[in-house]
Design a protein around this ligand. Structure first.
Ligand code: PRP
Ligand code: URA
Ligand code: MG
Length: 245
């Protein structure tokens, strides 16, 4: 067996209620009511593959796509606005929130495009906007730069705007994107930010500046390193996904 691989006891494979989330995660979930942390055995094992530095580009892409499909479904579920009762072929009733396609999905290029692909596979009817924002990786302290933005006209007409970026580190990139959406007439409370990996520093900054948005994430890691990368993290999502390392 490769180093770091242990045989799991069968109990670890079940949902173990005694396995408490780490303090950083628990604190964030308790503090922010508009933060949705997705948790399941599937999400956890997909994270193992994403975080393993030995995963090849093809493996990273495969597991990232699987994880982002789950995230896309959950983020779309957060965009529902209408409760509905239907009748099944057995004549019985079933009720729940009806999927909504009056949505604009806006990706933060480049890593956000990978998540956009999964959203479009789930719901091809959504409108698409793109914002190209890049962090300066040599001096991550500097504010990220907006290079390009193309949004549909009448953004305020969409019931929900789904903002897509797999990584939330300092929060600089997503805050630029949120401001652009607000300037285009979107109401703050209609914005849902879908994200694979976040951290307390980014969540604190985003919710402090924009308390009405909602965030859907699949993990909250404890900290950032001196280069503003998430730790333990997974490295550079865009580079690993698009094979540009
Ligand atoms: C990454 C990531 C986010 C941003 C997060 O993008 O996709 O957009 O960094 O960091 P922040 O919260 O500190 O702003 P990057 O600039 O590396 O672009 P890429 O998608 O082309 O890799
Ligand atoms: N962007 C990434 O891709 N990874 C990080 O850890 C931070 C920003
Ligand atoms: Mg990058």
């Amino acid at each position: 067996r490769p180093t770091g691989v242990k045989r799991a006891k069968s109990s670890i494979l079940k949902n173990d209620p005694s396995k408490k989330p780490c303090t950083a995660t628990a604190n964030m979930v308790a503090k922010f009511t508009r933060l949705i942390l997705l948790q399941s055995n599937a999400i956890n094992s997909l994270h193992v593959m994403l975080r393993d530095k030995r995963s090849t580009h093809v493996q990273f892409k495969k597991y990232a796509d699987r994880l982002m499909r789950i995230l896309a479904e959950e983020a779309l579920a957060a965009c529902t606005v209408e409760f509905s009762i239907v009748w099944t072929p057995t004549g019985a009733e079933f009720s729940g929130l009806r999927p909504n396609s009056n949505i604009c999905a806006v990706s933060i290029v480049r890593a956000g495009d990978a998540l956009l692909e999964q959203v479009l596979m789930c719901e091809p009817a959504v409108s698409v906007g793109k914002i190209l924002i890049q962090r300066d990786e040599s001096t991550a302290e500097k504010l990220p730069i907006v290079y390009y933005a193309k949004l549909p006209p009448r953004m305020s007409a969409f019931e929900r705007v789904l903002l897509l970026d797999p990584m939330l580190a300092t929060g600089g990139s997503v805050m630029k994107a949120i401001q652009l959406l607000l300037d285009a007439g979107v109401a703050e409370r209609d914005i849902i930010f879908a994200n694979v990996l976040s951290c307390p520093q980014g969540l604190e900054s985003v919710f402090q500046a924009y308390s009405q948005i909602r965030v859907v994430t699949t993990a909250i890691d404890p900290e950032l390193n001196e280069n503003k990368y998430i730790v333990p993290g997974l490295g550079d999502y865009g580079d690993r996904y698009y094979n540009t390392t």
